[in-house]
Design a protein around this ligand. Structure first.
Ligand SMILES: Cc1cc2nc3c(=O)[nH]c(=O)nc-3n(C[C@H](O)[C@H](O)[C@H](O)COP(=O)(O)OP(=O)(O)OC[C@H]3O[C@@H](n4cnc5c(N)ncnc54)[C@H](O)[C@@H]3O)c2cc1C
Length: 501
């Protein structure tokens, strides 16, 4: 839709009506031509090679949509100019990092401009400050590749192909037990605001925006660069994936609880990412657990030995660096299948953990007939120390302090299907199932309201779960930095603050 020129002779009433109609305009090919005139080398129309690649290059098939065109900026300045144009013409757009959200339209759009960030892919180490400045188009693997040779690392996602959307959400890293969440180890965000201005948000400058972005997703601006704190490594770590047969699952469940309430606390260099996988095609369940000790040792320390004290089928545990590990982990999570993720939080409890998996296993078996059905259950600890690190590093928007001094488990439920046509049968029931598990946790006094945005389902109120005080804080930040709600009206995808849709 071409914007209405003020020179058109319309009656005031008609102009007002048209203004409402065009409150949010869907860019037509003509609009994309206008964009291409401003950025001749950076715009690709529908059905071109670049458009096809960008529109399909997502982890989940739920994200393959129908954008009007693709805009690929390679500088902050271009992002700023483009945002100005989008706002001026009220064009809708989507911001794409690594494309790993499964929420439909979180990072893509039907009728609008898709803006992948991957040309902003710089990595610059500041050795003196102990920091890494990256463009928000980098993937986790790029970060480890930049830092490993210098015996440095950053507290960021663990899988090679995941992108920087995580840095505005929450973020489990290999070092989360020691250093806290990824968002709590960010030193600076460079952001393009709705008025096209470029600002830095950090502890000393725009500190309210800094806090708002730590959990605020794409609701405040387009983040173009992020500066991450780095820490020294010992040159290598010890880690890999251990695979367990179904017969070992009771032992794995015991280890998960022990990890949440003891291992991750007494030795914060530990990291375990326990996963149960149910394969509908074979009706088999296995467990595969990345187990990491973040020090240059030659074997697992005593505190983690329980993980190899039961029979397992294979293990890739070895001395290595983070990049190598991030590549191995990612290999099990190919792109392009139909995915849905959901999550909720509960206080660590051995019986709850056991019962939730048993119920999920039973539920998954009902859908065994669905082609490609795979169910994944992961249970990740947020220890009291992780929450303390968040407060010590300036605070975030997540509202985790209410957990007090008990470990929370982030209980993740992921469904994979081959075909979108099966989604209506499975996905609503999946939502229902996860709600029933939340009710189970509630009935035992173990439920915590926090919904981790980065693993949330499309209808899970992740931002509202931060609690009324944080939501009020975010609203205030909205009024200051995004007063016209541009990043809700024109960027409709992804988690939004309540009542700002
Ligand atoms: C295989 C796999 C492994 C994972 N591993 C981890 C892990 O180890 N730790 C962890 O914490 N999480 C992990 N996650 C979850 C991950 O954090 C989220 O999926 C996250 O949203 C991915 O970010 P992205 O940039 O890849 O995704 P995208 O889908 O591109 O973006 C997610 C959201 O962030 C917004 N966004 C992206 N870039 C910007 C920007 N520059 N400015 C403003 N908004 C932006 C998008 O608009 C979108 O709403 C994993 C997920 C998968 C599927």
């Amino acid at each position: 839709m071409v914007p209405i020129s003020p020179s058109l002779r319309l009656s005031a009433a008609l102009r007002a009506a048209v203004a409402v109609l065009h409150e949010v305009a869907t860019p037509t090919p003509e609009c994309c031509n206008l964009l291409a005139r401003a950025f001749p080398a950076d715009v690709s129309e529908r059905d071109t090679k670049t458009w096809n690649f960008e529109n399909n290059n997502f982890w989940s098939a739920t994200e393959i949509r129908n954008p009007t065109c693709v805009f690929l900026p390679d500088s902050t300045e271009k992002v700023a100019e483009a945002v100005t144009l989008f706002v001026q013409h009220k064009w809708r757009f989507a911001v794409k990092g690594g494309g790993h959200s499964a929420i439909p339209q979180a990072a893509n759009i039907d009728g609008g401009v898709l803006m992948p960030m991957h040309r902003l892919n710089s990595t610059a180490i500041d050795f003196e400050r102990g920091a890494l400045r990256v463009g928000t188009g980098v993937l986790m693997g790029d970060i480890y590749a930049a830092l490993d040779p210098h015996n440095l690392t950053a507290m960021i996602g663990r899988y090679e192909k995941v992108g920087m959307g995580l840095a505005m959400g929450a973020g489990f890293s290999y070092l989360v037990n020691r250093e806290g969440l990824a968002i709590d180890n960010i030193l600076d965000y460079e952001v393009v605001l709705a008025d096209g201005s470029v600002v830095n948000a950090n502890a000393g400058s725009n500190s309210d925006l800094f806090r708002a972005l730590k959990g605020g997703n794409n609701n405040f601006g387009v983040v173009t660069h992020v500066t991450l704190a780095t820490v020294q490594t010992e040159g290598a770590i010890y880690g890999g994936v251990v695979y367990y047969p179904e017969s070992s699952l009771p032992h794995v469940t015991d280890q998960i609880y022990d990890h949440h309430t003891r291992q991750a606390i007494v030795d914060t260099s530990t990291h375990v990412l326990p996963q149960y996988g149910y394969n509908g095609t074979t009706n088999e369940t296995i467990s595969f657990c990345p187990i990491i000790y973040n020090r240059a040792v030659d074997e697992l320390p005593e505190v983690l030995r329980g993980w190899i004290g039961t029979s397992y089928t294979k293990s890739s545990l070895k001395k290595r660096q983070y990049h190598d590990l991030s590549v191995e982990l990612n290999a099990g999570f190919p792109d392009g299948l139909v995915q849905e993720q959901r999550v909720f939080s509960a206080y660590a409890d051995a019986n709850l953990y056991r019962d939730v998996w048993a119920a999920y296993h039973q539920w998954l078996q009902k859908y065994q007939h669905i082609p490609g059905l795979y169910g994944l259950h992961v249970n990740m600890p947020i220890t009291p120390h992780v929450i303390v690190r968040g407060s010590a590093n300036g605070g975030n928007s997540l509202g985790l302090q209410s957990a007090g001094n008990r470990t929370l488990g982030a209980l993740y439920f992921g469904i994979t299907l081959d075909n979108m046509s099966d989604a209506p049968e499975v996905l609503p029931a999946h939502g229902e199932f996860v709600r029933s598990m939340e009710n189970l946790a509630k009935s035992r006094g173990l439920w915590h309201p926090y919904i981790m945005l980065t693993y949330s389902g499309y209808d899970q109120p992740a931002i509202a779960s931060y609690g009324p005080e944080n939501v009020a804080f975010l609203r205030k930040a909205q009024e200051k930095y995004n007063p016209d709600h541009v990043f809700q009206r024109l960027v409709p995808g992804g988690q939004k603050p309540p009542s700002l849709h």
